[in-house]
Design a protein. Structure first.
Length: 492
């Protein structure tokens, strides 16, 4: 019987190739454990060809020298194709990354397309690639007027390395600003979720993106290391764990590359005694069950005032009992699998660590009894947690949350900030002045007051401390991909 698996190839210098690697990556549906595709695993020769293509496209090609509105025209065509292929992208994300339909539609597909549209609009609208400076007048016998401009020029070849949890979203959040500013790129997706990156190659080819401007290669550690250390790469943008981020930072430092790191989190959700507990409880459950907890910015560390802790937990238990764990293809499913068997094993070790350290299980802690296939873990919540416990300090990246209690505002802020991470945070209080004051004192890149204002393409996204360097999204994300040049002259 002939295989029905679709055929994917590497995208290098505007062409599709089987590559020179020794094997293939097997892409597995994490809900069913079925193989959905096989992709060539790029070898070092393929990586070299991709970087060389990007270098030539930057040094000799038209893309960096196009007027912004010309780049915007091609990017707009890419955006139109994304809109047209939306249903296909949603389906692919459900099968490749294990997202439930609502998440696959809203966050995994619609949000990145909106971000792409926003960046495209900005490069022909508000973004200033040439910024005039105020003139300087010098008086005296040799008086003169000094004038000048600041140019925002593309940094060069950008290596974009993305993880498995939000593949299309993160691919787009890196690719859009890189292309908009005139950079050329090598995109290296996670070996678990390479398909949505390769679809971007198809979109680029159809839209007429010049050869070499986008190259998509697959692979694992060896390919990533070759990319982060390559002398022809000018910038590395990496999303992943803090441990791997430190390795990327060290590797890139050897040639003084620009580095943008969006790393892990153990974000705190502060719930005060005057909070709307119905809404706050829903946020607690969402914070460790959305995408089975596989999100760096999820608020997996709940800090609650001791006077309302019991009521909050009762509400959380009730909501958690309604979660349906299963195959995202089932419309009734509200939480899908984690990405792989090895990731599930890591999560289970963390759960056992929590139990051994003396924390109390509120619910969960095992594999769902009714699912014999797929990489599923029950929604799991711990209470009686101390801030010194590993489960309160280390990113688990699975459907595991912890609850800690505090007695007053100052203690809550100290506990929230007592973390190596600083990516996101939440504050729940009906006293908006207090909520704002507390949010301003949290050492974290994003704070959601009473649930925040929803996902937006406009604000910056980045972290403090071990959660990263630099930001993504909106005009702020564009700044990471440009160099500033001052050109000045005098007028007698």
């Amino acid at each position: 019987m002939a295989s029905t698996e679709p055929t994917y190839r590497l995208f290098i210098n505007g062409e599709w190739t089987d590559g020179n690697g020794e094997g293939h990556l097997t892409v597995v549906n994490p809900a069913t454990e079925e193989v959905i595709a096989r992709v060539p695993e790029a070898g070092i020769e393929d990586l070299e060809a991709a970087v060389t293509a990007a270098r030539v496209a930057f040094d000799e090609g038209p893309w960096p020298r196009m007027r912004p509105k010309e780049r915007a025209k091609i990017m707009s065509r890419m955006g139109e194709i994304m809109h047209r292929r939306r249903a296909e992208l949603v389906d692919l994300n459900m099968r490749e990354a294990g997202s439930v339909r609502g998440l696959a539609e809203a966050h995994q597909t619609d949000a990145p397309i909106a971000h792409w549209d926003d960046i495209t609009d900005r490069i022909i609208g508000s973004y200033r690639f040439v910024e005039p400076l105020l003139p300087v007048v010098r008086s005296g016998p040799k008086g003169m007027i000094g004038q000048g401009v600041v140019l925002r020029e593309p940094i060069g070849v950008a290596a974009l390395i993305t993880p498995y949890n939000f593949p299309f979203f993160l691919n787009v959040c890196k690719l859009a600003p890189a292309l908009a500013t005139g950079c050329t790129t090598v995109l290296k997706p996670s070996p678990d979720t390479p398909l949505e990156a390769l679809v971007l190659g198809e979109i680029a080819a159809e839209a007429g993106l010049p050869p070499g401007v986008l190259n998509v290669v697959t692979g694992d550690v060896a390919v990533s290391r070759a990319l982060t250390t390559h002398p022809m790469v000018d910038l590395v943008s990496f999303t992943g764990s803090a441990a791997i981020g430190r390795q990327v930072y060290t590797q890139a430092a050897q040639s003084l590359k620009r580095v943008v790191l969006e790393l892990g989190g153990k974000s705190a959700n502060l719930i005060f005694e005057d909070a709307d507990l119905e809404r706050a409880a829903a946020s607690v459950v969402d914070s460790f069950t959305v995408h089975a907890g596989q999100g760096c910015a999820l608020l997996t560390r709940t800090l609650v005032h001791r006077n309302v802790k019991d009521e909050l937990l009762a509400r959380v238990r009730d909501l958690a009992a309604r979660i349906r764990v299963g195959d995202p293809a089932d419309p009734a499913t509200t939480m899908g699998p984690v990405i792989s068997a090895s990731q599930r094993e890591r999560i289970e070790r963390d759960i056992n660590s929590g139990i051994e350290s003396g924390a109390s299980l509120v619910f969960g802690g095992a594999r769902p009894a009714n699912l014999d296939r797929g990489y599923f873990v029950e929604p799991t919540l711990f209470t009686d947690v101390r801030n010194s416990m590993p489960i309160a300090r280390e990113e688990i990246f699975g459907p595991v949350g912890v609850v800690l209690e505090f007695s007053d505002q100052e203690e809550a802020i100290r506990m929230a900030n007592d973390s190596d991470y600083g990516l996101s945070g939440g504050v729940w209080s009906q006293d908006l002045s207090r909520a704002y004051e507390v949010g301003a004192r949290l050492r974290t890149g994003t704070v959601h007051v009473n649930g925040g204002g929803g996902l937006s393409p406009y604000p910056p996204f980045g972290g403090y401390k071990h959660s990263g360097i630099g930001v993504e999204r909106g005009e702020y994300g564009l700044q990471e991909y440009v160099l500033l040049k001052h050109v000045g002259w005098g007028v007698r």
